[in-house]
Design a protein around this ligand. Structure first.
Ligand code: IPE
Length: 266
């Protein structure tokens, strides 16, 4: 079957882990999303999967100040933490891969620590490895600790920056989907407020700052995600923040052109 184009999906760290407790996996959430990924492939789309770190990355990264690069007073402990976070991320990734492979989906994992250098949107690395996969093999990557070519030596490359580069540079991306862990989309008020409602559309000009909050994130939380999503929407017409606990909404979006969630417009 000819491909209908590509769908790039990020499984947020708060969806696939319990963000507050070190290394706690949410396997049922992962399995639920992977079943939908199979459906999307059966609809005739190629996929690219990115996942976050959640409690497999953020907690130790924050404790050891990894996002700010090397601290000469704490070098040794930091280097051990870098190794440990990379190992933990591979462990988290292996759970995602296992869930995909249980459905007979074929995958190719590209850990950023092996091919990417530098942090932020302009990191260096050969994105074309993601389009070279043969048809129906799903390339997978994740937020990771990467080397930097400057005096900082290492830093954290967020899955949201990977989403930006992959969505914009890989040809034929039709949908870019950010799956959130605990909300139905971008909310008009702090999600803890019972009156909070999902915004149907979020545009950068209208809402400068969101009211979501996270003190666990080392990469920038919802505001980084929204900034990257808005940039992606200049190249990809369907960019959405959806509730990862209801992944069937992706199928609804693809089939009906609309669903419950927030469409991002630059
Ligand atoms: C963070 O990646 C990577 C590490 C902390 C090692 P993300 O920024 O993509 O992760 P989530 O989605 O917020 O958990």
């Amino acid at each position: 079957m000819d491909s209908k184009g590509r769908v790039v999906i990020k499984l947020g760290g708060s969806l696939i882990t319990d963000k507050s407790k070190s290394k706690t996996i949410n396997m049922s959430a992962i399995d639920k999303v992977c079943k939908v990924i199979l459906k999307i492939q059966n609809e005739g789309y190629n996929l690219v999967i990115v996942h976050g770190a959640g409690s497999y990355g953020h907690i130790l990264a924050k404790e050891m100040n990894i996002a700010d690069g090397i601290d000469r007073n704490n070098e040794h402990a930091q280097r051990n933490a870098v190794k440990k976070i990379r190992k933990d991320m591979l462990e988290l990734n292996s759970h995602v891969i296992e869930s995909l492979e249980n459905l007979n989906l074929r995958v190719a994992v590209h850990p950023p620590s092996k091919w990417a250098k530098g942090i932020g949107m302009n990191f260096k690395g050969d994105i074309t490895i993601f389009e070279k996969e043969s048809n129906r093999v799903i390339p997978v990557c994740f937020g990771d600790v990467v080397d930097r070519e400057d005096e900082f030596e290492f830093g954290i490359l967020s899955g949201d920056d990977l989403m930006y580069r992959l969505s914009v540079e890989i040809p034929d991306v039709k949908y870019t989907i950010f799956l959130l862990g605990d909300v139905g989309g971008v909310m008009d008020q702090p999600p803890t407020n019972p009156d909070a409602k999902i915004l149907e559309i979020w545009s950068k000009n209208k809402f400068v700052k969101t009211k979501h909050n996270s003190d666990i994130d080392v990469t920038g939380g919802i505001d980084l995600k929204l900034d990257r999503a808005a940039r992606i929407s200049k190249h990809v017409s369907e960019v959405w923040f959806l509730d990862g606990r209801n992944p069937n909404r992706i199928i609804e979006l693809i089939n009906d052109g609309d669903t419950i969630g927030t469409k991002i417009i630059a």
